[in-house]
Design a protein. Sequence first.
Length: 125
Amino acid sequence: MAKIPTNTLPADKTNAHIWQGNVQDAMQALRSRRDPRFALLLEHGSMSVEIYAPDQSDPQTPHRQDELYIVQSGSGMFYRGGSHHPFGVGDVLFVPAGMEHRFEDFSDDFVTWVIFWGPEGGEAP
């Protein structure tokens, strides 16, 4: 995944890390990608922040890290570990590493931030 270009990089880019992003840059990155469903925005250690905008279906499989979704726009149903829950703008959804999950019956304008962090297998409860 390519990082989203941003004007927050220091002049000396030899060891620069992107530390800030916004939804406009993220959406532009999605429109310019071969796979326009997701784009990486920020990374630091085990943490990564992505923007995710599935088109008609969500083909996700369980991930190796814990994750948070923060819904930017749209609504629908969220399948998580055997049950369905409605979601909408502003909702924060947690999924532990390895748990089956996906977005279903979501609106055409659905976009969510995704934050992965921690060790493979997730953090201990």
